[in-house]
Write a protein that binds this ligand. Sequence first.
Ligand code: AMP
Ligand code: MG
Length: 438
Amino acid sequence: MSQQHDQSIVLTGISVAEARENILRYFSPLPHVEVPLGESLGLVQAEDIYADIDIPPFANSSMDGYAVRAEDTQGASDGSPVRLRVVGYMPAGAAPQPGDFVGPGAAFRIMTGAPLPPGADAVIRFEDTSEGRALDNTHLLPQDAHAPSPKTGEDVLLYRSVEPGGSIRMAGEDVRQGELVLRAGTIVRPAEVGVLASVGCMLVKVHRRPRVAVLATGDELVEPDQAPGPGKIRNSNNYAVAAQLASWGAVPHNLGIARDNLEHLTAKLQQALALEPDLIVSSAGVSVGDHDLVKEALLQMGEVGVWRVRVRPGKPLLFGRLGSRGVPFLGLPGNPVSSMVGMELFGRPAVLKMLGKQDLLRPTITARTLEPLSNGGGREHYMRGIITTEEGEYVARTTGNQGSGILTSMHLANALLIIPEDVTYIEAGQTVRAMLLD
Ligand code: AMP
Ligand code: MG
């Protein structure tokens, strides 16, 4: 980057897609850190992971039953059972001892997950033996797995034949030692946590979580633990925005409320910069009111890149960079729905990109609307919607009042219904695109 101060070009009145593209240019995947496995959920792996051992590490039984030689079982049926001598007992966690061997005519009583004793090449489940037929199923598991088998030295009858390999899980049948099990770029979901644990990976190299400073602005705001006095309202934005950030994998820092004067706002923005955040998000003060000072502060302390997007709700959205390091700054509109929708459209993909994710946008579906939808035109309208299925088909309705102050509409919504900017009306029965929120 050049040393000289970038003369910023303000993009104004641009579409959602244009704004997103311009904003996302200022974000890249964050540096790698190692996190404990238990804290890796939702993060993106920054290295390839190879298996340190075979999984499973040894051939073992997939059933509670008897380890046998398959050839000994041939011809066994209800009418002519095969009789074998029980020569040992193998619970899960035990290892075959010297002398443990399943010779011709012999069987080892074996539990699920226990290693296959030498000589055996199949397992026959209890249900197909005299033990299973004699006992109620609930009595099959020994109370104490370490107790010696009461059956050793006795005979067991088999009523079925089994093939070699029957009810056996082979060593390495899931994963081979040295095999690439997870590639760099993989998102850690619960299944990946399990795979990582199975290869002994207790520290996971991932892209670190973005730190995000969250600031409210407005003289009318009180913190939610206060009862608002005359003319005051509770600051809900900081909490909703911080919760959105946390749900996407970022670490929010709530900086409280900046008042509607440049001095206090500037001090709060300095406080935000001191956190060395990857993103600063503010709400309100970006419109054209007398006290809408956020753009002015941003111009003084950095640069403005985008102002006003052709979106409903949330047109006065602001994006720029703050301070000498050029920390990305997202100035959300103040209305609670506008700020949450602004976060969905621009904050979320930025966070996901910093986390190293590839799919930055919510999935969209097509649904048949059960009610007419209208759009003032000229802006892409994101209506709070409820998607359900009717006879295997997605159907959409709105949450009701679409005012940008109706925060409960976000509570009711599971989707945003997207009305393109050149469409002013969608009749009931027609299709609408919907961005799924969860
Ligand atoms: P403004 O953009 O500053 O004109 O704010 C637009 C609307 O959003 C006003 O009705 C504000 O009272 C409201 N608002 C601003 N900040 C918050 C906040 N942190 N929590 C809830 N409502 C807010
Ligand atoms: Mg205001």
